[in-house]
Design a protein around this ligand. Structure first.
Ligand code: BGC
Length: 698
């Protein structure tokens, strides 16, 4: 309860902030432009979570269409609401959006509105006996009542169970037109079972007048439930309680808990509004369902109706005693523990952290390993560190292993981890000549082991690309990495040259992602846009930077500045060595390279630096992506492993590359997100699901 109150307080604060912003803006806008409309928004009370949300959404919708809002809450008191509406009319509001406390008490005050030509919208609750009402927008409470009753019918299997179930009925405020409609909708479904004796209202209180709850108040519902339990149920509990909304559902649940009802015996309890507490109670087993009425949509459509730009059609005309009112209805959605994440979290209505009561992440306790067939380097270390961080956020542990390009060592790490009972492996840079066969055998031997690979191709003995069932592969878009650098050479560094003379820094017979870079490289050669002067690579694959420095120093002795338009480097750890050698040689030969690190950025920033561009993906993000994919695999959620561009489920993901040049270098490496927003900090690239969002935070 305390939690709910604090959540409500936060919502209330944001509402008043919004309203305050409205006032601030108002002063300014009024002086500039008199035509701006002011709309009175009269909500019944703050005690039900939804009205706070409705109020806030309506205000922001009005402001978004250039109008001002006068938002008031009536404390569930009809007289207060009358006075507030009166002041809105006198204060120059040109329209009113009203959710009435008492639907039959506004006749007089709305006459004044009508005289002034003020448009009145009945919001969620119908207003009776007033010709001023131009439209009614709601979710159709009769439908909501039916949905609630159907959920009781289905949960108790009333059609087939062949026994009698006990039920108690609760209604809303008798002054609210929705209450009777809800009751009618529910009884249309329940009445036949009551008549047939399948459902028994033990208290006998089943007429609408017997079951209403004054002003929808929780306290009133709780007192009544306590009384019913005491008078009619001894040590037992009803099998179902029809509750018209979530406030009443949680009050009823509390009375049951007080009476000692534990989760196993909890009745089927219905609700409405998807209140935070109720969504939590769905998970705890203290409520069976609620009906979600998207207040964002209701607010938006209400403002569209005012603006006369709505595309909705009236579903029916309702006689309110003074006029035929066109009624617009949105779709109510039944929500239970199975679909609440999809309906409420995936749609952005709530954040997982607001409503989830998991004590544990679904992959908690899993042990994973990041095994990379490369030596330590800044980018791979950042990838490993991020993998550990994300694994821990998800309740897993992650160990990291670097095999320094030694394939046998790489395979041994993998087999050892499998033997030791690791649940998942995130493998990076496996050789294409063995990865397919090796991992296929491993998966057979350890069918529960989950695997994701990065920059690792699967090819069979004849070189044909292959897949391994259940293993997701993800790659940097390597061909693109190569191409955007070559494009930069051709268009920016050597626009006159045709073809551009390129010194290629390659990786010997190394197989991995570099082969895919070769595709992009060869494309430029074939197009005759570039001509390769010579291909060089490190002599030592452990100390690659130092080795490349030595190799480049020797290579440069053979060439003059004019012989080479640019040095194209397949990997930045090599580029660091090349850079030192070129700078020391005093030759002005520009360097471009794939990947980026803090050190690269520092080199590129140096005075007269020859290092001009990097094509890269974010290796921290690659680490995060690997662990996210593995977590989804471990939880059997392959449907959430999706292609970045199409959003469709896939077993192969390509991470887009970005070009970072000396002209758009970030001030600090950490600010790289501003320079290459497609790769760095691009949260939308990540595979995700509601629980991943909850535990990782996005
Ligand atoms: C609304 C419900 C709400 C109830 C209590 C009804 O008119 O339709 O969504 O729970 O009022 O405020």
């Amino acid at each position: 309860m305390k939690r709910l109150i604090s959540i409500l307080l936060i919502i209330m604060m944001s509402v008043s902030l919004l309203a305050a912003c409205g006032q601030e803006e108002e002063k300014e806008t009024v002086s500039q432009e008199k035509a701006v409309q002011r709309v009175g928004v009269s909500m019944p009370s703050r005690t039900t979570q939804r009205w706070n949300q409705d109020g806030a959404y309506i205000v922001s919708e009005l402001q978004a269409s250039g109008m001002q809002a006068d938002l008031q809450f009536a404390d569930d008191d009809s007289d207060t609401q009358l006075r507030q509406i009166e002041r809105m009319i006198e204060g120059g509001c040109s329209a009113l959006i009203i959710a009435a406390v008492d639907g039959s008490a506004l006749t007089e005050v709305l006459k004044k509105a009508q005289d002034k030509g003020i448009k009145v919208l009945a919001y969620d609750r119908m207003i009776m006996d007033s010709a001023a009402v131009s439209a009614y927008i709601s979710f159709n409470s009769e439908t909501v009542g039916k949905i609630q009753a159907e959920s009781i019918r289905d949960a108790l299997k009333l059609d087939t169970a062949g026994k009698t179930f006990t039920i108690e009925l609760f209604g809303g405020s008798e002054k609210d037109m929705n209450s009777k409609a809800l009751y009618d909708g529910a009884m249309e479904i329940l009445q036949p079972y009551i008549e047939a004796g399948t459902l028994k209202v033990k208290s006998g209180e089943k007429a609408f007048a017997d079951i209403t709850t004054e002003l929808w108040l929780e306290a009133v519902a709780k007192v009544r439930m306590r009384k019913l339990l005491k008078q009619y149920y001894d040590d037992s509990y009803p099998d179902a309680v029809l509750c018209p909304n979530d406030n009443i559902a949680s009050a009823v649940a509390e009375a049951l808990m007080e009476a000692g009802c534990n989760r196993e015996h909890f009745p089927v309890i219905t609700g409405q509004d998807a209140n935070i507490l109720s969504v939590q109670n769905l998970q705890r087993g203290y409520q069976s369902m609620t009906v979600f009425k998207d207040t964002r949509k209701l607010a938006k459509e209400a403002v569209s109706l005012l603006n006369a730009d709505s595309t909705m059609q009236p579903a029916e005309m309702q006689q309110n005693g003074a006029a035929e009112v066109p009624c617009y209805y949105l779709e109510p959605v039944p929500v239970n523990v199975e679909n609440y994440k999809e309906v409420l979290i995936d749609s952005g209505y709530y954040r997982g952290s607001q409503v989830n009561v998991y004590s544990d992440s679904p992959v908690k306790g899993n042990k994973i390993a990041y095994i990379i067939n490369m030596a330590h380097s800044e980018i791979f270390d950042s990838c490993a560190a991020k993998s550990i961080e994300i694994a821990e956020r998800l309740g897993m542990s992650c160990d990291t292993f670097f095999s320094d390009g030694d394939d046998e060592k790489f395979k041994k790490y993998i087999t050892d981890c499998a033997k030791k009972g690791y649940n998942g492996l995130f493998l990076s840079h496996g050789g294409e000549d063995y990865s397919y066969e090796f991992l296929q055998k491993l998966c057979k031997a350890y069918p529960d082991l989950r695997i994701v690979t990065f920059d690792t191709q699967f090819k069979d003995a004849s070189g044909k690309p292959q897949k391994i069932d259940g293993v997701t592969q993800f790659f940097q878009d390597d061909a693109d990495l190569a191409e955007i650098l070559l494009d930069y050479i051709c268009t920016e560094l050597a626009p006159e040259a045709s073809p551009a003379k390129v010194l290629k820094v390659w990786v010997g017979d190394y197989t991995a992602s570099f082969d895919r870079r070769e595709i992009g490289y060869q494309k430029y050669e074939k197009l005759n846009k570039i001509q390769t002067v010579e291909t060089v690579g490190p002599a030592d694959y452990v100390n690659v930077t130092e080795s490349m420095y030595q190799v480049m120093k020797e290579t440069l002795k053979k060439y003059d500045e004019d012989d080479i338009d640019a040095i194209w480097v397949a990997y930045d750890a090599y580029a660091q060595g090349c850079y030192r050698a070129v700078m020391e040689s005093g030759k002005n030969i520009p360097i471009v390279s794939a990947d980026i690190s803090n050190e690269d950025v520092e080199c590129m920033k140096e005075a007269n630096s020859v290092w001009k561009a990097c094509a890269c993906t974010d290796f921290k993000a690659n680490g995060e992506m690997g662990v996210r994919i593995l977590a989804l695999e471990l939880n059997g959620e392959y449907e959430h492993i999706t292609d970045i561009k199409s959003g469709k489920p896939t077993d192969t993901i390509e991470i887009p590359a970005s070009l970072i040049t000396w002209e758009n270098l970030p001030g600090e490496y950490e600010e790289i997100e501003d320079t290459a927003p497609d790769s760095y900090g691009a949260v939308s690239n990540f595979v995700t699901s509601s629980w991943l969002k909850e535990y990782i935070g996005y």
